[in-house]
Design a protein around this ligand. Sequence first.
Ligand SMILES: NC(=O)C1=CN([C@@H]2O[C@H](COP(=O)(O)OP(=O)(O)OC[C@H]3O[C@@H](n4cnc5c(N)ncnc54)[C@H](O)[C@@H]3O)[C@@H](O)[C@H]2O)C=CC1
Ligand SMILES: N[C@@H](CC=O)C(=O)O
Ligand code: NA
Length: 818
Amino acid sequence: MKVLKFGGTSVGSADSIRTVISIIENNLERGEHIAVVFSAMGGVTNKLIEIGKMAASGNTEYIEFLKVVEERHFAVVRGLINVKHQSSTFAAVRGLFNELGDILKGVSWIRELSDRTLDLIMSFGERLSTLVITEILRSKGINAEFCDARQIIHTNATYGMGDVNFEVTNHQILEYFAKSTALQCVTGFIASTAEGITTTLGRGGSDYTASIIGAALEADSIEIWTDVDGMMTADPRKVANAFTIPSISYAEAMELSHFGAKVIYPPSLQPAFAKNITLKVLNTFNVDFEGTYVQKAANGKEYAITGISSIDEIALVNIQGSGMIGVAGISGRLFTALSNNSISVILISQASSEHSICFSIDPKNAQKAREILEKEFSAEIAIGHIDGISIEKNLSIIAIVGEGMKKSTGVSGKLFSVLGKNGINVVATAQGSSELNISVVISKSDLSKALNAIHGVFFQSETRSLNLFIVGVGLIGGTLLEQIRNQTGYLREEKLLNLNIAGLSNTKKMLLDPDGIKPDQWRDRINDEGVKTSLPAFVQRMIELNLPNSVFVDCTSDKDIVQYYHMLLDASISVVTPNKVANSGSYSEYLALQRTALQRGVKFLYETNVGAGLPIINTIQGLMASGDKFLKIEAILSGTLSYIFNSFGPSVRFADVVREAKAKGFTEPDPREDLSGADVARKILILAREVGVPLEAEEITIAQILPDNCLKANSVDSFFEEMEVSDSFFAGLRENAEAEGKKLRYIASLENGKALVQLQTVDAQHPFYTLSGSDNIISFTTERYKDRPLVIKGPGAGAEVTASGVFADIMSISSYLG
Ligand SMILES: NC(=O)C1=CN([C@@H]2O[C@H](COP(=O)(O)OP(=O)(O)OC[C@H]3O[C@@H](n4cnc5c(N)ncnc54)[C@H](O)[C@@H]3O)[C@@H](O)[C@H]2O)C=CC1
Ligand SMILES: N[C@@H](CC=O)C(=O)O
Ligand code: NA
């Protein structure tokens, strides 16, 4: 035997009722022995309450409102019952509305609406829906009977939430169901006192009816038909990646529902749980979907936790004082005082120091709680044994729930680590010894970010998202977007990673969209939807969006953008950049950025600052972390200069080679930076700092190669003109080197705390002699690499290699975030 319960939306319209009827018919055709419980048509209960209140306030408009409700029921009768059978149903429905109309008239006369009368008014919702559906079934030749639950479920006289008398009720149900073999269509939610006065069952009402009947009849299962695909891993309105939990235990369902998962209200299913009846949560609007099984013990679990839920708004009360230590009875008095005043406590946390107790409550009760506790502990407060009561608001609770926690270690580690990596501060925490639930109290403004981050990390087999905010879509930024576009499919399928471009900005326009800008649409979208660029507004919006796993990617050479890095890192947003400005500013600025990133648990990555995608910074950081000491660095760090001196032959003009380097994407946006040695100086400065030498830019010696006229050129165009003017000077440099069988190389070095950048001539024996193209070469002499230096060589400039270095930094953040 099986009990089916259909909720308000399932019976909310002629269309949905048609589906309900076919679900019932299918069961009957399969020979299932079933009973059915119905809620009121969706929204009707609330309307009836509103109408009752209107009548009680003397507002006669309630009559019109009631007509609308009546018409909804008539429409179903007209739509689903053939004309031949319609009139008797119309008459019965009209009869109920007449009765209800009389009651409301009474309410409006005496201008009073007691809980008892309200229960009676509300009862019409279920009585009407059940009556209509019973008649529809009968008109289809099904032997169905209307069962008014008031005849079988008896409660005490607590109106609005009757307390069921199970002894009497169970007996009555058994007796009632034994009398007839017809399909029983039972009104949900309503009951009566032993004297026959109508009551209701409170929260989860119709589920409770199904559970009471199922338990009394020892049903094999109870199906709760609703309008969603079962119980979800998180509230899908808050976590887009939430998915249906296939199997959940009673205890887990109970824990999850306490925190908001409103699909079912498990306390009302207690009678069914006590009899070990399997419950299925199914979707009337997606009949073939498996839904969620709720059983004593859940079936094999794939994940360490089963679900995540939250309470959006709580207040945290803290009571502390030295006089609480070792004094018995403080918490007893505290919670008794709250309970005597009907203040329910959601979470309690006390450290073993016994110096303070904190607990969370509904913020509505915060002021009252303060007054109660100040009164209760007035004596202790007066003599300073208790410091006082403090209350913090705008907080939320998140609970992760699952029986799997009992067996697996590291669940709480994972929870706190993902919160930390996203810069979310945990204000309080609690874990019961049942190990079924770990709760954390966090700032309300972090709720959505926290839920999404936690969901991502615990339900790993679903795709995780990294939210990218890219500023500067020139050569490197544009190439990066192209690489992301080409990799999207692979990353999603093979790495379960979604690179969500949540923001883009060029110098003219910017666009932020938390739902993502597709990498093949960014040009059109930024043109069509973008607003005027403002870096402060971009950064502020990013911080406001507060998305989990956010990364800011600076692909500009802007000098002012750097001031925002602090703000971003401080807001727990990682920064990835090829822009060298930040790391080559003052040493204190460099240090501050490193520290902020470390403190906030986020990443500041800039591998492409030196040697583009070549693994130079990572190599240094690895050696430094493992305790190696750098003795000497010798390097060619400019792709541009490398290319120029490799391509500058007798038949070409120097300026034209520089033009070629620029066209190939090797140069800085302003090539004077490369030719003046400034770019190389920045790079050796960054390397020096990485190996622990705290240099400032002014301390680097740059041996200038440019003649004065080139150096003084005040625009890029005039710079090229001046190089043409000085062509013989450059040709002379080359010819002198060639005469000695040598090559020109622009070499940076660091030794004994001194950095030097200069043009040198090297002979065929020198390891830098054979360099070609835009190659960089870096030779590290360290205590471990003393006899033979560690050498890294390869293309050190250009769009593809630089963008892929930036991409690699982004990917390393994704693995760090787990
Ligand atoms: N080209 C290369 O091989 C390498 C370049 N880099 C660095 O990469 C960065 C980008 O270089 P490229 O892409 O070659 O330069 P680019 O000039 O092609 O691109 C930079 C883009 O950023 C935009 N931009 C500048 N300030 C902005 C702001 N405040 N807001 C929005 N957009 C802004 C510019 O309009 C330009 O479109 C530079 O910092 C450079 O030093 C690093 C390693 C290698
Ligand atoms: N302009 C730079 C690009 C890399 O940082 C170079 O030429 O090396
Ligand atoms: Na690099």
